[in-house]
Each structure stands twice: as structure tokens, then as C-alpha cells.
Design a protein around this ligand. Structure first.
Ligand code: S5P
Length: 475
């Protein structure tokens, strides 16, 4: 996304009164010191076009069968995108007509087609979800949404829990930062708005029948790591949470480097700041028992565990053969549990001492177009239940389990990037831990490509641990 274009857009929004500071009552009844009134943007056609272009820039995919704006302000934005991208548009009414076809959605569509949803501001996510529900009832695939401003009040997390991936152009914090840098807003107002956001960052989505459908009290998210360590079933969960609390680090660095020399150097550099070091040894041509041994001594020296991202996926007999090279040397491995229990049984048999080996199930990937199936997530939870002495938790992007003795490890985290050219998607450490429920964040290039990996790791460590402390305090 073009940074200058976004900054100019924010400044113009402030000038014309889209962004107001004062005392406002939101749709939910909540009193807020800040109000974002995107409706007036339609009176500024050039700005409307820029906002629409920025929205399209953050869309997770570059092709959808349809686009649909959330009534009302999302509609003109979707219309402009539809024109610019030559993408058919659907219009969802707020109420169905009581004459003619009585349709709630206007346009030409077929079951199974995809639709990108467009919204102006995200608070709880209720309006977006109402549109998603209608489209899903018509058997359209409505899993991606874009929004201009995320007010950081829990909406992204709420929607994620319901299988909707929402990407903002800008967060309220980022908007405040731009206004501050340009001398448009006083520090006292920033502090007031930030305090308001911190106090009101958990919201609920309500369906038409006004039942809360998300943000159930989640035991895993409200308990401290210390309490969860005491309740842990798997000894390695206990050890890992012990490391996390003693080092005040819930950071896993993904050591995606090109040689074993680089791997050992990086392990030394980031060692003091991490609880886990993740590897892909199949990408290291010179990996050997001796390197594993050296890595183990660095891990001991700095007190972290070794996590091989093996993504075992095959039948048990094959994984039993892969185990020696790709599993035996590490404390923890990853498994994609789509092949039934044979694979986990093979690992349980191959690991000499199950209490010293852990498995993390890959339940939900961070990349564009990744499988987000309720059935698959249920398979993962069920596998964790059947192998409580082997499975330590999940790699996922959302809180797929509420069990406090299981861990959520989340990759796709960066403080600066929003994605890469091959479909990786990033969120901030605060969003990953505070909104999406990560216990441990996994950071690769955010650290490995830094000129100072130790400092970069220290920064992620601080951000992720503060977000955890904030989460347990808030919930
Ligand atoms: O969903 C996933 C699961 C994993 S394990 N998304 C991921 O990115 N990963 C891994 O995390 C990926 O293989 C890589 O090793 C790391 C993320 O690296 P980054 O450079 O994008 O932070």
C-alpha cells in the first residue's frame, strides 16, 4: 500500500470532518471520544476513489466473483471498486422488499461463488457479520472482508471466530499516530482516545435474535500462564510455560535461514529473547546430528525449546521412517492430522519418551486462501483429546480451543509488513495475542532479515508479552 497516499487520505479526512473528536454516542449506545463518519466521503469523489483503491489494496486475494458493500457506506465504496476492477457487485438490502421478488440480495450469482465484503468502520463486526450471514445463506463463499478503519474494539477477533477474515486499511492507533505527527491532534486527546479503546476493546456480535454468538468466556485466554502450567497435562507444556514466565517471552523465532552456520549464529543472537526456536531442517542441506547437538547446547545455555516444523502429514508407516531425520532431534514437531490416528500413533511409538516429545497440530494456516473448515478444526480438537500426552496445542490464527492446557502458536506476525508476494498474511503481535488468542507468536523474517536480529527479537518479545499481560488483565 502506498504510505503517502494513506497519510494524505487520513489528513484530508480529518480536514473535512470524517474523523471527529468530542463526545459521541455510537450505534451500540456506547459513548466515545472519537467518531468516524465516512458517509460524507461521497461528497468528495476524488477521496472516495482513493479510499476505495486503498481498500482494494488490502484485499487478501486479487480475484473474487463478486463484491458487496455493507449498507450503507460500504455500498458506494464497493461500487467504486466494482467499477475500477470490473468486478460484478451484489447489493444486500437492509430489509427485504415486500413486493416483487422479495429478494434480500440483488444481482446475478450462483451458489459456491466468492464475494468480498466491504465496510467503512469496524467496531464489533455485527454489520459485517449480518451481510456475511445473508450471503452464506445463499451459499456464497463470504469469508474475506476489508474495512477502512478498525477501531480496535474486538471486531476483527469476533469475525475471525466466525470464519471471516477481515483486513483493515488502517487502525485507530495508526490514524492517531499520523495526526499526531502532523500536529493535528493534542497528546491529551490521544491519551483519552487510547484509554477509551483499552477499556472498550471487547465487544460482541449479536445475531438478529440478539443472541451473543461470539466471544464466549474462554478459559484459555483469561488464565495466566502460571495457572495454566499448573493445570497442564503434557509435561512439555508445563516446561514451556515455565520458560515463558521466567524469561517473560512468548516469542518463537522461526529460523528460516540458508545454512547451519547461520542457524547456529541466529540461535545465539536471539536465544535470550525466545521460548522456542522453530526450524525447517529439510531446507538446510548441511543439517546433521552434530548440528543438532550444537543447537541443543545453545538451547540449554539460553533456556529455550527446539521446534521442528516438520508438518508430518502421511500415513503412520511413512512418518515412522521420516521421524529419525526430521523429528527425533527436536523437542516439538508439527503434524497436519488429516490421515487419521496412525500418524500420531507412529510418533508416540517412535519417541523414546513421550513426556519429552510434543506435537503441535497445524489447524489453520496464515496464508491467503488457507483452509478454514469447521470440520477440519474439529478433527484437530478431537485428535488433541485422543492424544493428550502427545499433543501440546495448535498452530492457528484464531482461538480454536478453549482448553487452558493446550497452546495456541500463531505465525503470520510482523510489526511492519502486511504480507509477502506469495500469500503470507501478517498481523501485529498485539492483534495476534490480544485479539486472535495466540499464546506464543511465531516470527520469521521479521527477525531473520533484520540487520540486528537480537534487537528485533527483543522488540517482538516485549510486544507479545505485554499483549499477553494486557489480555489476562482485560478479560
Ligand atoms: O500458518 C502457518 C503455519 C506456519 S508453521 N503460517 C506460517 O507462516 N508458518 C511458518 O511460520 C512458516 O513456514 C514460516 O516458517 C514461519 C513464518 O515466517 P515469516 O517469515 O512469514 O514470519
Amino acid at each position: 500500500m502506498e504510505k503517502d497516499k494513506l497519510e494524505e487520505c487520513i489528513l484530508q479526512m480529518h480536514e473535512i470532518g470524517v474523523l471527529k473528536f468530542g463526545d459521541f454516542t455510537l450505534k451500540s449506545g456506547m459513548q466515545s471520544p472519537v467518531y468516524f463518519d465516512m458517509r460524507i466521503v461521497t461528497s468528495y469523489p476524488k477521496l472516495l476513489k482513493v479510499v476505495s483503491e486503498l481498500l482494494w489494496c488490502v484485499a487478501p486475494r486479487k480475484a473474487y466473483d463478486h463484491i458487496c458493500g455493507v449498507a450503507y457506506t460500504g455500498i458506494p465504496l464497493a461500487t467504486v471498486i466494482s467499477q475500477l476492477q470490473d468486478m460484478p457487485m451484489l447489493v444486500r438490502r437492509k430489509e427485504s422488499k415486500n413486493y416483487g421478488t422479495k429478494q434480500l440480495v440483488e444481482g446475478v450469482y450462483r451458489a459456491g461463488q466468492s464475494c468480498l465484503i466491504v465496510e467503512d468502520v469496524l467496531v464489533s463486526g455485527t454489520s459485517v457479520y449480518e451481510t456475511v450471514e445473508t450471503l452464506r445463506n445463499l451459499q456464497l463463499n463470504a469469508s474475506d472482508a476489508v474495512v477502512f478503519l478498525d477501531r480496535q474494539q474486538g471486531g476483527a477477533c469476533n469475525l475471525h471466530t466466525l470464519g471471516v477474515n477481515i483486513t483493515p486499511v488502517v487502525t485507530l492507533d495508526q490514524m492517531l499516530e499520523v495526526l499526531k505527527r502532523h500536529g493535528r491532534i493534542q497528546d491529551t486527546m490521544i491519551a483519552e482516545v487510547q484509554q477509551f479503546i483499552r477499556k472498550n476493546n471487547v465487544t460482541k456480535i449479536r445475531t438478529k435474535c440478539e443472541e451473543a454468538v461470539s466471544v464466549p468466556a474462554n478459559e484459555r485466554l483469561i488464565k495466566t500462564f502460571e495457572l495454566r502450567a499448573d493445570a497442564a497435562v503434557h509435561p512439555l507444556v508445563r516446561s514451556l510455560l515455565g520458560i515463558v514466565t521466567s524469561k517473560r517471552s512468548n516469542l518463537c523465532v522461526s529460523a528460516d535461514v540458508s545454512s547451519c552456520t547461520e542457524l547456529l549464529t541466529l540461535a545465539q543472537q536471539v536465544g535470550p529473547h525466545i521460548c522456542l526456536l522453530k526450524t525447517h531442517v529439510d531446507t538446510l542441506p548441511d543439517f546433521s546430528d552434530s548440528v543438532a547437538q550444537q543447537l541443543r547446547s545453545v538451547a540449554q545455555q539460553h533456556n529455550f525449546l527446539l521446534f521442528e516444523d516438520s508438518k508430518f502429514v502421511d500415513i503412520g508407516a511413512t512418518v515412522a521412517r521420516q521421524w529419525e531425520r526430521r523429528g527425533a532431534w527436536a523437542d516439538i514437531v508439527t503434524v497436519v492430522p488429516i490421515a487419521g490416528d496412525g500418524l500420531l500413533t507412529a510418533i508416540a511409538q517412535a519417541a523414546l519418551d513421550n513426556s519429552k516429545k510434543g506435537v503441535i497440530l497445524v489447524a489453520e494456516m496464515s496464508s491467503d486462501g488457507a483452509l478454514r473448515s469447521a470440520e477440519y478444526q474439529e478433527m484437530c480438537r478431537a485428535a488433541a483429546k485422543r492424544f493428550p500426552h502427545l499433543v501440546m496445542g495448535f498452530v492457528s490464527q484464531s482461538s480454536i480451543s478453549q482448553s487452558p492446557w493446550l497452546l495456541q502458536l500463531s505465525p503470520g506476525v510482523s510489526v511492519s509488513a502486511s504480507g509477502d508476494a506469495l500469500g503470507q498474511r501478517y498481523v501485529s503481535p498485539e492483534c495476534s495475542v490480544g485479539e486472535r488468542g495466540a499464546d506464543v507468536i511465531i516470527v520469521g523474517r521479521g527477525v531473520t532479515t533484520s540487520s540486528d536480529p537480537a534487537a528485533a527479537a527483543a522488540n517482538y518479545q516485549q510486544l507479545a508479552y505485554s499483549a499477553y499481560l494486557e489480555r489476562v488483565k482485560r478479560l
